[in-house]
Design a protein around this ligand. Structure first.
Ligand SMILES: [Zn+2]
Length: 636
């Protein structure tokens, strides 16, 4: 029965594919190639969101939409008049600068021999890029080793210390030989500032591990908008400044580090003799630099009087990593990261589908083509879109995402989101069964085809994942309970490196994926019944920092830069968060008795929770503040 059913579907799709492929001279592969080669060329400088190259790329995509006569997605105001526009503007924090005034650091210290010293601005220091602004006036210091407290590791640098209303001085990093993946590796500056604040401290001074302060990555004013600000004003200071504060020389400082390394062995008891009577004043005044970033949205209206009121989104992010930096896997490279596979490939497929559908004009539902910006910075463009859609989300019935579809190898294709709608699995399996005109003819000659072993005619070697959350823009839509499908041809050695170039794309493979996705969109569109949203099994690949033991089932909004709580874009059904009564749109402001202002605070606290234990969680919902109970689940 099942086999026969498949055969009928197979025949139907063969007939369909013959019809769709006529005329045989469609320049599809040429189009795909020219989009990829152009977007991945040096002209666009790696398309880093907020930089000129990305803005040019958005312009190229908008022009292409205009050529296909798509409708514009937005009206912006130009000289007070509405101006139709393919571009949806969203704000992006591109970095931070030290303001000309308002950054200072001074110190009064009494040494062991009673000698009093005063240091002013010559002290070497730099605010960390994610420090909040603030004045930390005339406070005593307390030395807290590496500034780490961990129940799990049975380690406490604050033992017998009273840090209330004081400035904590601590070494950056863990101990020597600690890799970022070691147990201590996750205690970064964000985490240490959070611990210090929870201990009542008013500021944090981190002593650099680098010989020269300017070589320290914390001295480079980096700001990750997806993490937000640190909990309290934080400076990175030179080793000389650290020694001055602790009223010792740099050799003494080294001695302390050696001793601290021993403290990490709980069997070794050591006595840290730091008796500095220092009083510190410091000020931080950083300015965030902002740029406009863009999604590009083109609309092809449906032809069916009723169904055109529903929409299918076909999306791909066009941004990449510019000349490296955050997100790059080519350490310290300043070369253009071309991003041919990631994700000129997906954009070219999306544009080619826009061309085909706009030429045919047979789509019943409205098709919305979107090139997202800000994906590499944390799905910022798609998060902005779902909160400011061009078409009502309640009427958006499916989202199809293509991210890295240019490296098809051995026909291996990964599809995510299979569990997000009833019927997705059957649809994909059925569509995977035919392969172009040549095969169609053979198979038709063999009619009836019941003797055919259907597995030998699979177009792709599919790897299916149920989860609707994943490391790309479909996550933003699934968080709004929209069924999603995510197409991906797999990762490779050039991923997030300058060497992800256009000459390495498998254009025949890209064409094959584009055709496949096009047919799937047609099948969804042809069905008068919209896909039914279903709750998918989690694969645990939501992104963010790894290594948590527990999960709450929350989907944070990485674009909210307000640092006044963790805004949730979504809550997984049946998750601990859902059971506690938390809803999308809530802001978590407190968890397990600790304040939460942003993603960074949240992930730090999450790292300390135990599965099965009940905690208090405080959320803001509109004008209300709710105190709820939550029991974290163990993460697989
Ligand atoms: Zn990427």
């Amino acid at each position: 029965m099942r086999k026969q059913f498949l055969s009928i579907l197979l025949l139907l799709s063969l007939v369909f594919s013959i019809a769709a492929q006529k005329p045989a001279s469609e320049p599809s592969d040429k189009n795909l190639r020219s989009h990829v080669e152009y977007l991945a060329s040096d002209k666009f400088e790696g398309r880093r969101t907020g930089e000129t190259g990305a803005t040019y790329a958005a312009g190229y995509i908008a022009n292409t939409f205009a050529n296909y006569k798509l409708k514009t997605g937005f009206n912006s105001l130009v000289n007070g008049k509405p101006n139709a526009n393919y571009l949806q503007t969203f704000p992006l924090v591109t970095g931070v600068l030290m303001a000309n005034e308002g950054n200072s650091f001074s110190l009064d210290v009494t040494k062991a021999d009673g000698q009093k010293l005063t240091f002013k601005e010559e002290l070497a220091f730099k605010p960390v890029g994610f420090s909040p602004n603030g004045v930390v006036g005339s406070s005593e210091i307390v030395f807290a080793g590496y500034g780490i407290v961990s129940d799990e590791l049975k380690y406490d640098d604050y033992k017998n210390l009273d840090a209330r209303n004081k400035i904590v001085v601590a070494f950056d990093g863990g101990a020597e030989n600690d890799s970022p993946h070691s147990a201590f590796g996750r205690y970064d500056a964000h985490t240490k500032a959070k611990i210090a604040k929870d201990k009542g401290a008013v500021g944090l001074l981190l002593i650099s591990l680098a010989e020269k302060l300017e070589d320290d990555s914390l001295a480079k004013l980096k700001y990750d908008p997806t993490l937000g600000e640190a909990a309290i004003p934080t400076l990175i200071i030179s080793r000389k400044s650290g020694a001055d504060i602790l009223a010792m020389d740099e050799a003494g400082l080294k001695q302390i580090e050696t001793t601290l390394a021993m403290v990490k062995n709980p069997n070794v008891k050591v006595n840290l003799a730091v008796n500095s009577k220092a009083v510190v004043d410091f000020k931080v005044n950083l300015t965030k630099t902002k740029a406009d970033a863009y999604n590009v949205v083109g609309i092809l209206e449906g032809t069916d009087a009723t169904l055109k009121n529903e929409a299918i989104v076909i999306g791909a992010h066009y941004d990449h990593l510019g000349r490296g930096g955050q997100g790059s896997l080519a350490v310290n490279s300043k070369e253009i990261h071309h991003g041919a596979d990631d994700n000129a490939s997906g954009v070219s497929a999306m544009l080619e589908l826009a061309r085909r559908f706009s030429k045919e004009k047979k789509n019943k539902r409205t098709l919305i083509f979107i090139a997202f910006g800000g994906e590499e910075e944390g799905l910022l463009g798609s998060q902005f879109y779902v909160n400011n859609p061009a078409f009502p989300l309640a009427k958006t019935v499916a989202m199809i995402n293509m991210d890295m579809v240019g490296r098809l190898k051995d026909d291996k294709l990964t599809i995510g989101g299979i569990g997000t709608a009833g019927g997705w699995k059957n649809l994909i399996d059925a569509k995977n069964l035919s392969d172009g005109v040549g095969l169609a003819v053979t198979k038709l000659n063999n009619f009836p085809p019941q003797s055919v072993n259907s597995s030998s005619f699979n177009r792709f070697n599919l790897s299916l994942s149920e989860d609707g959350f994943g490391p790309s823009d479909h996550t933003s839509f699934y968080a709004k309970q929209i069924p999603v499908l995510f197409f991906f041809t797999g990762t490779h050695n050039d991923y997030h490196k300058p060497s992800d170039t256009a000459d390495k794309i498998n254009y025949q493979g890209l064409l094959k994926v584009t055709n496949f996705v096009g047919e799937i969109v047609k099948a969804i569109d042809a069905n008068p019944t919209k896909p039914t949203y279903t709750v998918a099994k989690s694969s645990g690949m939501t992104g963010g920092r790894m290594g948590f033991n527990v999960s709450l089932g929350t989907v944070p909004n990485y674009a909210d830069g307000n640092n006044d709580g963790l805004l949730l874009d979504g809550v997984r059904d049946d998750s601990p968060a859902a059971k506690s009564g938390i809803k999308p749109g809530d802001k978590i402001v407190k968890l397990a008795g600790k304040d939460i202002r942003n993603v960074s605070d949240y992930t730090i606290i999450l790292g300390e929770l135990k599965a099965g234990t009940e905690y208090e969680i405080v959320v803001r919902r509109g004008a209300e503040t709710l105190t709820l109970k939550i029991v974290p689940a163990a993460r697989k």
